[in-house]
Design a protein around this ligand. Structure first.
Ligand SMILES: Nc1ncnc2c1ncn2[C@@H]1O[C@H](COP(=O)(O)OP(=O)(O)OP(=O)(O)O)[C@@H](O)[C@H]1O
Length: 263
């Protein structure tokens, strides 16, 4: 495979849903001062697939995501999203790109002074400029049913549990129907049962909205449930890729260390 350094038996054909490429990163390098965080990152996200990125803390996983949406500029290499070189986009083109890419960050923060409905409508009016109240109502109802929380519509975020807030955060991102989803630690801070619910929801939403996603996580259960393909990052590079099951049975000690509690 050309996009990653092959690693023993760990790399097989990707189980992508289609061949269409949504994100292509080649030889990405990013430094902060003298610190080389990303050395040589190569990644391809195909349409309709969930790609997991595993790595220890501070490896530059979030920096990679910020390069994808143009919040950081690479020092070297190419980052193409929808076939466009992100570093060459104008501000208006970047804004347009960001309407097609949804993020769910660790905090997944909602606006505390707004109800769930207002939080969801805000995303629609701001990103898609939808003004028609009937359409707003319809979309809010549909997405809340999708995440299994129709009764939360008039609640304030402070009246919801952490897991419910996370689900509404996911709904707020998905309501604008992004073509690409970027998840940064979607289950961090949640108990195992709620984490599992969120992972299953991510999988359900992938099927419903046909999104292509990059999911950064330390949660191996989340990786197992949601991932079509897994990349393992170490020292600024991807050192292995494969399906969860392939990597789970790797002979390599470093790869094995991620999967110790999963067998
Ligand atoms: N804007 C920035 N300026 C300077 N250094 C930065 C900046 N953003 C990230 N870094 C540094 O880059 C390194 C990688 O950070 P990053 O957040 O991408 O790691 P990560 O792999 O996502 O880790 P974690 O799993 O802990 O979130 C860290 O050492 C961080 O301090």
């Amino acid at each position: 495979m050309d996009e990653v350094n092959q690693h023993k038996e760990g790399a097989e054909q990707p189980s992508a849903k289609t061949d269409e490429v949504m994100v292509k990163i080649e030889h990405l390098r990013k430094c902060f001062g003298s610190k080389e965080v990303l050395k040589d990152i190569n990644l391809t996200l195909h349409k309709g697939e969930n790609l997991i990125v595993l790595g220890r803390s501070g490896q530059g996983k979030s920096v990679t995501i910020q390069c994808i949406v143009g919040l950081l500029t690479p020092d070297k290499g190419s980052v193409k999203v929808f076939g466009q070189e992100v570093a060459e986009l104008s501000n208006d083109e970047l804004k347009e790109l960001r309407t097609r890419v949804g993020f769910l960050f660790q905090s997944g923060a909602l606006y505390d002074s707004m109800t769930v409905k207002e939080n969801l409508e805000f995303a629609l009016t701001r990103v898609l400029k939808i003004k028609d109240q009937q359409e707003l109502d319809q979309r809010v109802k549909e997405v809340l049913e999708g995440i299994g929380l129709p009764e939360a519509i008039d609640k304030m975020p402070s009246d919801l549990s952490g897991g419910m807030r996370k689900r509404v955060g996911l709904a707020r991102t998905l309501i604008v129907k992004p073509e690409i989803m970027l998840y940064d630690e979607p289950t961090t801070g949640l108990d195992p049962i709620t984490s599992r619910e969120i992972s299953e929801l991510i999988l359900k939403m992938q099927k419903k909205y046909k999104t292509s996603s990059i999911i950064i996580t330390h949660d191996m259960e989340c990786a197992r449930i949601t991932g079509d393909r897994v990349l393992i990052m170490n020292d600024g590079e991807y050192i292995a890729q494969g399906t969860f099951e392939e990597l789970q049975h790797s002979e390599d000690e470093f790869v094995k260390s991620f999967f110790l509690d999963t067998l």
